[in-house]
Unconditional design. Sequence first.
Length: 283
Amino acid sequence: MSSYILRLACPDKVGIVSAVSNYLAENLLNIQDSHQFGDPYSKRFFMRVHFETTAKTYSREELQSSFSKVAMRFNMEWRLEDFNKKARLLIMVSRYGHCLNDLLYRCTNNILNAEVKAIVSNHRDFETLAGNNSIPYYYLPVTKENKAGQEEQIIKLAHGLEVDLIVLARYMQILSPEFCDAFKDKIINIHHSFLPGFKGARPYHQAYERGVKIIGATAHYVTANLDEGPIIEQETERVDHSHDPDELATMGRDLESMTLAKAVRYHVEQRILLNGNKTVVFR
């Protein structure tokens, strides 16, 4: 028995769900769960179906070939993925390790259906941590002079490892448009949710000085427009006058770890579809 995830997006019209359901039934494919959404503003329809083979085991290639006839009728953009396949991650990090630690724990304990194939950093801080987890660690320092060459090394590494997703786990460097284009919709970033108001260093001190009442974190796909890619997940927590900047930063790190982990899970479980500069996330 094999298990697959079908994701699709297309212009909204009558008969899409029926066509997909009939295709699955005719091929004795059993639906495990199904979600759909019709956007009244973009006039597009989105669907995610998890199904299993029953009487006959089909290869992914056979299913892609046969379903393509249905997809053509509705002008679908679609993908079919193996439900049980572990996603291959490349994690990039600088000097804050809370998100990295959290992701390593989740992958090691099969909470995330993913495996970390390599860690890239512009510092050596987490070299020992990577070694303890038997994960290759690539120390690639970056300066204004070597930035293009450093990014080219990472691109070659990611392609060589055939990674499915690059995770910026507090990687404190701005990626070039060329890098973003090379992995379109395959890079997830995490940051505090004070942007664009509190930019630069010491954002939690800025927030404290302004007396904020809510702090949070945002995970999004990376585009050439800094911190403006499609948002995948956000978390918030209420705070008050009694929280000092260090307490705010501690709470913020927890929110960042949780938010990034959720966003990565949604991606590796094929739960996200793009809707312009927004996402449809089937939780």
